[in-house]
Design a protein around this ligand. Structure first.
Ligand code: FA5
Length: 344
C-alpha cells in the first residue's frame, strides 16, 4: 500500500474543502473531518503497525507533513474569513457622515416665565431679592394679617378655594409680604419681589382664569413714599411695554394698602390717542398697588412711626395678553404647542 500517495490525495481533498468553507463553522468541520483524533489524516498514524519497520519513519513523517500542510491552509483560510467578517461589519456599520442630522426638539421657556424672568432681572438690578411662598396658604396670612378679618366685605373681591376653614389656595401673592415681614426678626428694611401661582373661584372666560400668575413687590424702609412707588412702577411699565410709556395712578381700594392705587399705562398701540386696544381712553389698566397699610406693618411687628412701605401686585397673564395681543387667557394653560412655540 502506498500510504504516502493516499495521504497526498486526502490532503488535496482537504485543501479543496478548506477553500470551499464559507464560514468558521464549516471550516471547523473540515478540521474535525481530517485532523481530529479520528480524522482522515490522523488515522494514518494507526497504520504504523501494518508497515515494515524501515517504513515506519517515512509514514510518521508523511502524516506529520500532511497535518502541517493542512494546518497551514487552515490558518490561511481562518485569517481570510476573519478579514471578510471585519470588512462585512465595517460596511454594515459604516456611518454616512454626509447624512443630515436628526433635529432634536428642544423645549424653551414658557412665555409667562419669560416675563417673570425679565421682571426678576429688572428688580434684582434694583437691589431686590426674590422670595417664595406656599400655594396652600393659611387664612391668617392670605387675609387676616393683610387687614381682611373674617367678616370683611372686601373678601368678596377674591372668591376663594377653601381647603379647610383655616387653609386655602392663596388668592394672591400678598401673603408673601406677611411671611417676609415676620421672618425678618431684626425688622430691617426689605425689598422683595415674589412671583408665583395664585387661584380664585372665578369662572374661566377669555380674560379670567381660576389659576393665574402674579408678581408681588414689597419695599419697607424708613423713608418710603408714594413717589418711590410711582418711579418703580414707571420703570416696570417701560420695561414691559416700551421706553416711551407713561403711567397714571387712580385711587383704588385694597385693605392692605392705604392709599391704594390702580395703575394704568399709556396705550402702546395708539401712543395714548385712543384705539380699540385701550377702549378709546388712551390708557390700559395693568396692576394694583399702594402704600403698605399701617395695620399690616403693626401686625408684622414694624413700628409705622419709623417705617413706611409700598407694595404692588401685577397679573403676569395680563401683561402677556397686552404685549402679544393674545385673545384668550386659557391659551396659557392648555399647552397647545402651536401657541407655545410662537414665543420661542
Ligand atoms: C390683588 O391681587 C392684590 N393682591 C394686588 C396688590 C398687591 C395690591 C399689593 C396692592 C398691593 P387684584 O385682585 O386686583 O389685586 O389682582 C391683581 C391682578 O391679577 C389683576 O390686575 C389682574 O391682572 C390679575 N387677575 C385678577 N383676577 C384674575 C383672574 N381671574 N384671571 C387672571 N388674572 C387675574
Amino acid at each position: 500500500m502506498d500510504y504516502g500517495k493516499e495521504l497526498m490525495q486526502h490532503l488535496t481533498e482537504a485543501k479543496q474543502a478548506i477553500e470551499k468553507a464559507g464560514d468558521n463553522k464549516s471550516l471547523q468541520k473540515v478540521k474535525n473531518d481530517y485532523i481530529s483524533k479520528n480524522g482522515i489524516i490522523s488515522k494514518y498514524m494507526r497504520k504504523m503497525r501494518d508497515v515494515p519497520k524501515d517504513e515506519k519513519k517515512l509514514l510518521g513523517k508523511a502524516v506529520n507533513d500532511a497535518r502541517e500542510a493542512f494546518m497551514k491552509a487552515y490558518s490561511k483560510k481562518q485569517e481570510a474569513l476573519r478579514k471578510e467578517e471585519i470588512e462585512r461589519k465595517l460596511s454594515e456599520e459604516a456611518v454616512d457622515v454626509t447624512l443630515p442630522g436628526k433635529k432634536l426638539d428642544t423645549g424653551h421657556v414658557h412665555v409667562l416665565n419669560q416675563i417673570i424672568d425679565e421682571l426678576t432681572e429688572l428688580f434684582i438690578g434694583l437691589g431686590y431679592t426674590v422670595e417664595e411662598g406656599p400655594e396652600i396658604e393659611t387664612d391668617e396670612y392670605n387675609f387676616e394679617m393683610l387687614n381682611l378679618p373674617k367678616t370683611h366685605p372686601a373678601r368678596d373681591m377674591q372668591d376663594t378655594f377653601y381647603i379647610t376653614e383655616e387653609t386655602l389656595l392663596r388668592t394672591h401673592t400678598s401673603p408673601v409680604q406677611i411671611r417676609t415681614l415676620l421672618k425678618n426678626t431684626m425688622k430691617k428694611p426689605i425689598k422683595i419681589i415674589c412671583p408665583g401661582k395664585v387661584y380664585r373661584r372665578d369662572d374661566d372666560d377669555q380674560t379670567h382664569s381660576h389659576q393665574f400668575t402674579q408678581i408681588e413687590g414689597l419695599v419697607v424702609d424708613e423713608k418710603t413714599s408714594l413717589s418711590d412707588l410711582k418711579g418703580t412702577l414707571l420703570l416696570m411699565a417701560r420695561k414691559m411695554f416700551g421706553e416711551e410709556r407713561q403711567i397714571r395712578l387712580r385711587p383704588s381700594y385694597f385693605p392692605f394698602t392705604e392709599p391704594s392705587v390702580e395703575v394704568d399705562v399709556s396705550c402702546y398701540k395708539c401712543g395714548g390717542k385712543g384705539c380699540s386696544m385701550c377702549k378709546h381712553t388712551g390708557w390700559i389698566e395693568v396692576l394694583g398697588a399702594g402704600m403698605v397699610n399701617n395695620a399690616v406693618l403693626e401686625a408684622a411687628g414694624y413700628d409705622p412711626e419709623n417705617y413706611q412701605g409700598f407694595a404692588f401686585g401685577v397679573g403676569i397673564e395680563r401683561i402677556a395678553i397686552l404685549r402679544y395681543g393674545i385673545d384668550d387667557i386659557r391659551s396659557f394653560f392648555t399647552n397647545d404647542l402651536r401657541f407655545n412655540r410662537q414665543f420661542r
